[in-house]
Design a protein around this ligand. Structure first.
Ligand SMILES: C[C@](O)(CO)[C@H](O)COP(=O)(O)OP(=O)(O)OC[C@H]1O[C@@H](n2ccc(N)nc2=O)[C@H](O)[C@@H]1O
Ligand SMILES: Nc1ncnc2c1ncn2[C@@H]1O[C@H](COP(=O)(O)OP(=O)(O)OP(=O)(O)O)[C@@H](O)[C@H]1O
Length: 297
């Protein structure tokens, strides 16, 4: 946890917003509001966006960047405005964002940014909401926000908000992105997406002390959104085929990023050096703890 006081200097600290990957993802149902119920496993990566906050006393929420999304749809601004309902009237902020995560990349970039805004401003504005309350606010912004506030690698159900911590191996991963944005809504609305029966939380996952291997999760099958994305986006299909010469790659979330667990960081750097033209990529370590984990109680 970042211990921080509300001082203009310290508030300029850099606040990380790490990526997540989904190590397995089953679609198990559809709710009446159209959202799909999932069973998934989240792990964080030590790679992501970075935010800084200039705290002001003018009550305004502003941004100092432009990545193409409108002010109204900006998840950082929306997160700040949600939290502002609980803050003193004069609490204001200018948010800056260093964007490393590909947008529409299945790595939870926008969700992670929003979670970091909620965590940071909860401290910098002295709001004092609990982690559960922040996660509840976060869920209004997106299904992937709560896990970033929960702060632990997790087995998730519901739309991703029913979370229980799991202890996973933390290998290095190579992540590749085809440099295209995949719409999560479009993938979930594909007519070929069918729900499968609920899977019992696999036995190894129930024993918190045990370290769950990535292979054990992969043996549960591929991400069920993967065949749909592969069919709609040949670029994602190509990256998965290309990476399979080195092991068993998987797609994260609703794509289009794909990832491969590695034996070492160097192995990833060697593969990355020859990555397909037009793709983006990085090597990062799996993390079971979010760098801003809120310890309570
Ligand atoms: C695929 C995952 O990344 C797995 O972690 C998440 O479930 C997606 O979470 P997210 O990007 O935060 O998604 P949201 O912004 O909440 O939803 C975007 C759209 O995707 C569809 N959606 C999303 C999540 C979900 N469980 N079921 C859905 O049907 C809905 O049409 C929704 O309007
Ligand atoms: N701060 C933000 N960062 C990224 N995208 C944002 C942000 N605010 C709003 N958006 C919008 O949200 C869309 C989805 O972005 P995001 O990077 O979260 O996708 P994603 O990684 O596929 O998410 P997920 O893994 O949760 O499905 C973007 O295309 C963009 O229009």
């Amino acid at each position: 946890m970042v211990a921080i006081v509300n001082s203009p200097t310290l508030s300029r600290l850099v606040w990380p917003a790490p990526a997540k990957i989904n190590l397995m993802l089953h679609v198990v149902g559809k709710r009446s509001d159209g959202y799909h119920e999932l069973q998934t496993v989240f792990q964080f990566l030590d790679y992501g966006d970075e935010l800084t906050f200039d705290i002001t006393q003018d009550g305004e929420v502003r941004r100092n960047y432009d990545f193409g999304f409108s002010v109204e749809s900006d998840l950082c601004l929306r997160a700040a405005l949600l939290l502002k309902q609980f803050a003193a009237d004069d609490c204001g902020v200018i948010i800056d964002l260093l964007k490393r995560l590909p947008m529409g990349g299945g790595l939870g970039g926008g969700s992670s940014d929003a979670a970091t805004v909620l965590i940071a401003l909860n401290q910098l504005w002295n709001v004092g909401l609990t982690r559960d309350k922040l996660a509840e606010l976060g869920l209004q912004l997106g299904a992937d926000v709560p896990v970033f506030i929960y702060g632990r690698a997790a087995w998730a159900e519901g739309v991703g908000e029913q979370l229980s911590a799991i202890n996973l191996r933390q290998p290095w991963y190579l992540v590749l992105n085809p440099n295209i944005s995949v719409s999560t809504a479009q993938i979930f609305s594909n007519k070929h997406l069918t729900a499968t029966p609920h899977m019992k939380k696999i036995r190894a996952l129930e024993k918190d002390a045990e370290i769950v291997s990535i292979d054990a999760l992969f043996s549960q099958g591929v991400n069920q959104l993967e065949p749909i994305v592969r069919a709609e986006y040949p670029e994602v299909n190509y990256l998965l085929e290309w990476l399979s010469q080195y092991g068993s790659p998987r797609m994260s979330g609703s794509g289009g990023s794909v990832f491969l667990p590695l034996d070492s960081q160097q192995q990833g750097l060697d593969i990355l050096a020859n990555k397909p033209r037009n793709s983006l990529g990085f090597v990062a370590k799996g993390m079971n703890f979010h760098p801003l984990l809120i310890e309570e109680g």
